[in-house]
Design a protein around this ligand. Structure first.
Ligand code: NAD
Length: 359
């Protein structure tokens, strides 16, 4: 069956890093993998091309594809547009239209980069965590919300946190399944000592655990989880949590792994269709200089083969090729330590492609 991939390069360094991921796909295609790709603009590029950050044709392409690879969106030239036309509306719009409720962020520290982390190498060397964050519910979308005047005549702001049982179950299932394929450990993070929503969350995840006897489930309060992530991060395998806690913890975890130029992400729907993107933004400060790190985007491609196409073999080959390039000493500026020879975006992509061909 043909694997249909939509590539949405977006803005800033997006086109540069997507071009390197495309080279990887070219190698796989030349080897006989049945992959087709088509490109469309999103974000500021969508606005420039069609007057909207998520043009109809782009959404149609994303919907008719099996998976989407995205670069990044945003740039100072779009900062003065009205909110509905700002580049980030392209991402929010596509997530919503595709029903992407599960955000997967692996934080993996390659041994070669242990000294690039802000934590001591012995604390983070070998780190391999997967954070599964619910993406479409929680206090970010809860109603009612807004401002009102309280009984004392004071203006107050308010938001509503809520999760329905099916919402908790579907994200927990994604996490249990992921844990089953990894180290078999799942830590559910909540604030059940204070929040009713979290009490329901904990009960629901616990009830589901009987279906996954091969996964060791534990629970942790979010404040403790934030502390444990910097104290002893290697204790974690898979973490599952709601939208708000996941937003914060996944950014914290990403710093453990050194540069944001290394970190991929996946956002999945109920049928494992997904949008794959690096966690970083469009980096307008380095655009067009051949210095952006393309590895987060290439590793996003590996996640695509793992989660959407169920091709663990291809995912591992791409990851091994990235590792091989790092082992050969290839370093873009963001991951270089003193004394390292620095290579550019294209040379790094070529190194991965070379390793892939040699494997
Ligand atoms: P950013 O992630 O773009 O950049 C932060 C810093 O990291 C910059 O110094 C940048 O040069 C560096 N950096 C980022 N990616 C890199 C890479 N692959 N290789 C080397 N260095 C890299 O965040 P920002 O500067 O806060 O935002 C810039 C623009 O990106 C804004 O318009 C913002 O809205 C947008 N943004 C988009 C996304 C997305 O598309 N998902 C996410 C975050 C920010």
């Amino acid at each position: 069956m043909t694997m249909k991939i939509a590539i949405l390069p977006g803005d800033g360094i997006g086109p540069e890093i997507c071009a390197e991921a495309s080279k990887v796909l070219d190698v796989l295609r030349a080897e006989g993998l049945d992959v087709t790709t088509a490109e469309a603009p999103i974000g500021g590029a969508g606005y420039d091309a069609a007057g909207h950050p998520l043009p109809d044709a782009t959404l149609a392409l994303a919907k008719s594809s099996d998976a989407v690879l995205m670069g990044a969106v945003g740039g100072p030239q779009y900062d003065t547009l009205p909110r509905a036309l700002r580049p980030e509306q392209g991402i929010l719009g596509i997530r919503k239209a595709l029903g992407l409720f599960a955000n997967l962020r692996p934080a993996l520290l390659y041994p070669e980069l242990a000294s690039a982390s802000s934590l001591k190498p012995e604390v983070v060397a070998g780190l391999d965590i997967l954070i599964v964050r619910e993406l479409t519910g929680d206090i970010y979308f809860g109603q009612p919300r807004g401002r009102r005047t309280n009984a004392a005549g004071e203006v107050e702001g308010f938001d509503t946190m809520h999760y329905a049982v099916p919402e908790i179950q579907r994200i927990a299932r994604v996490a249990f399944e992921a844990a089953r394929k990894r180290g078999g450990k799942l830590c559910s993070v909540d604030k059940a000592n204070v929040l009713d929503t979290s009490i329901l969350w904990r009960e629901t995840v616990t009830a589901l655990a009987v279906e996954y006897p091969d996964v060791a489930l534990s629970h942790m309060y979010v404040d403790n989880a934030a502390m444990q992530l910097v104290r002893a991060p290697k204790q974690f395998d898979v973490i599952v949590t709601g939208n708000l806690f996941g937003d914060i913890l996944s950014d914290e975890a990403s710093m453990l792994a050194g540069s944001i130029g290394m970190l991929p992400s996946a956002s999945l729907d109920a049928n494992a269709k997904g949008l794959y993107e690096p966690i970083h933004g469009s980096a307008p400060d380095i655009v067009g200089r051949d210095i952006a790190n393309p590895l987060a985007t290439i590793l996003s491609l590996a996640l695509m083969f793992r989660h959407t196409f169920a091709r663990e073999d291809v995912a591992r080959r791409i990851e091994a090729a990235v590792r091989a390039a790092l082992e050969r000493g290839m370093r873009t500026a963001d991951i270089a330590q003193r004394g390292d020879a620095v290579v550019g975006t294209r040379a790094m992509g070529d190194a991965v492609v070379g390793a892939l061909r040699a494997a």
